[in-house]
Design a binder for this molecule. Structure first.
Ligand SMILES: C[S@@+](CC[C@H](N)C(=O)[O-])C[C@H]1O[C@@H](n2cnc3c(N)ncnc32)[C@H](O)[C@@H]1O
Length: 253
């Protein structure tokens, strides 16, 4: 029985992949931009993020410990901007006494965001902004102590514009913290599979690309310092294979 079920799931997955590959970019965008897809994705990411947090807990703890250290040098308000905040996967890691501006283009995240924020009292959810990284007009220049992105730069349409906006809103000396899945090394099987299945991947992940050269973009964004660690995500079965290569780190304006 279990064998038949697994086989049917595999057959269905292959059919979906083949169909997705045959569809044009316009069709894909129409699907991904629809309200029902966005609502379903918000529900999905709310569940996925707790599983993902288990897999990367050590890296997130180290990343946010560094943020806590940075805040020891900040007088007054400790203002964080999280770009592509999703449903608040990072709430539990935020430094005590910090204030958060939560930015995301998917308005269906807001319900989960507010509900999840109620579970924590160590930070203050100052504002929710419905917007995109590429154009953060609602955030004044040099107003933010730290910016955070986790699993977001794989989804932005224009990475250079997004990083330019992050630079604009950061105070001088401000930090940018990131944890992202990235492209595999050139010449590997994984890279070939990422290239082959990037289109299908986008259907499952709200348009995210599994083959972004994120680190190269961060290194070329004009930060005075970039420090990072590359690591491989464990688990998440076959789907996880495409998103195993990760980078975690911080950059200083
Ligand atoms: C995979 S989810 C990650 C959510 C959350 N950061 C986390 O770690 O669980 C990607 C997030 O990026 C958001 N996103 C997509 N395009 C974006 C853009 N152009 N600017 C900012 N956020 C974007 C999505 O709405 C979604 O919340």
């Amino acid at each position: 029985m279990a064998y038949v079920l697994i086989l049917s799931i595999c057959v269905m997955a292959v059919v979906v992949c083949v169909m997705a590959a045959a569809l044009s970019e316009n069709v894909r965008n129409a699907v991904i931009l629809s309200g029902s897809y966005k609502r379903a994705f918000a529900a999905h990411i709310n569940l996925f993020s707790s599983l993902y947090n288990k897999a990367v807990r050590k890296h997130k703890e180290e990343l946010f410990a560094r943020m806590e250290k940075k805040f020891q040098t900040v007088q007054g308000d400790k203002l964080i901007l999280e770009v592509g905040v999703g449903t608040g996967a990072n709430f539990e890691f935020l430094p005590r006494g910090s204030s958060l501006i939560a930015l995301d283009p998917n308005s269906h995240m807001e319900h989960y965001l507010v509900e999840n924020a109620k579970r924590f009292s160590h930070f203050h959810l100052e504002k929710i902004v419905c917007g995109r990284a590429e154009n953060m007009d609602a955030i004044p220049d040099e107003s933010i102590d730290v910016v955070v992105c986790t699993l977001t730069l794989c989804s932005v349409e224009d990475m250079e514009a997004a990083l330019a906006e992050i630079m604009r809103v950061l105070k001088p000396g401000g930090h940018f913290y990131f944890l992202e899945h990235v492209a595999a090394e050139a010449g590997t099987w994984r890279k070939t599979l990422q290239r082959t299945f990037d289109n299908q991947w986008k259907y499952f992940s709200d348009g995210c690309s599994c083959m972004r050269e994120t680190l190269t973009f961060i290194e070329n964004a004009g930060f005075s310092e970039v420090d990072y660690l590359k690591f491989f995500l464990k688990g998440f079965w076959i789907i996880g294979y495409l998103m195993r290569p990760h980078v975690v780190g911080y950059a200083v304006k």
